[in-house]
Design a protein around this ligand. Structure first.
Ligand code: CTP
Ligand code: MG
Length: 216
């Protein structure tokens, strides 16, 4: 679980993963969502100065799972790589889940796990795009994109561990915004399953307010 971002767009000077939602930090919600779906080992990347705090916060919610908290990196990709380096040797499948998606339903996590159990190498949950999407250059519309084939991709994204480790080790491109992008670059097929509206990412203040309303 990459949780080492500063949360610049949310603001407030506290790492985003430690912001409270219904009385608990986002990271606690996000980890619980995985553990209830049967995840056995949780590896979290958090800001270096919060590692022991995050370990303590996650103790109660990971009673049924093994827990490791490691210092994150300067980018999301580096934080995921730090988590991969701390996985137990016998882990064969891995979910990568943003701490910033605290309300992902258990059913979405199980759908991703189900496709991995069916043999998929990589799986992403996705939802249709509600807005009309246009390509814009220099303040003018270039074209309207056919929305029917577009999907907004969420997490948890699921991978065979060896494939994800290879994708991270081989990556030479610009910073990808998700892990599946690196798998795509290897030419490995990425399966798509239904995500859910509740799997939205808390990016700005309005997202946190929406999450608070959902939890109230
Ligand atoms: N993340 C991380 N390490 C980083 C940057 C991001 O682990 N160096 C994590 C975040 O903690 C979050 C997820 O990646 O769980 C998605 O990133 P984002 O929503 O962009 O969070 P932040 O980077 O914290 O937010 P911002 O970009 O507004 O600063
Ligand atoms: Mg970010």
């Amino acid at each position: 679980m990459p949780a080492a971002g500063v949360g610049e767009r949310l603001g407030a000077g506290v790492p985003k993963a430690l912001r409270l939602l219904a009385g608990e930090p986002l990271i606690v919600h996000a980890v619980r969502a995985l553990v209830v779906a049967g995840v056995e080992t949780v590896v979290v990347a958090s800001p270096a100065d919060t590692v022991s705090q995050v370990e303590q916060l996650l103790g109660p919610v990971t009673a049924a799972a093994a827990l490791a908290v490691v210092p994150g990196g300067l980018t999301r990709r580096e934080s995921v790589a730090a988590c991969l380096a701390a996985l137990p040797d016998d882990a064969e499948v891995v979910l990568v889940h943003d701490a910033a998606r605290p309300l992902v339903p258990e059913a979405v996590v199980r759908r991703v796990l189900g496709e991995l159990a069916n043999g998929a190498e990589a799986v992403v949950p996705a939802v249709r795009v509600a807005d009309t999407v246009k390509e814009v250059t220099a303040g003018h519309v270039v074209r309207t994109v056919d929305r029917s084939a577009l999907r907004a991709v969420q997490t948890p994204q699921g991978f065979r561990r060896a494939v994800l480790a290879r994708a991270h080790a081989d990556w030479r491109g610009p910073e990808p915004s998700d892990d599946a992008a690196m798998i795509e670059a290897l030419g490995v097929p990425v399966r798509v399953v239904d995500g859910a509206a509740e799997g939205f990412k808390i990016t700005g203040p309005l997202d946190l307010r929406l999450a608070q309303i959902i939890c109230s």
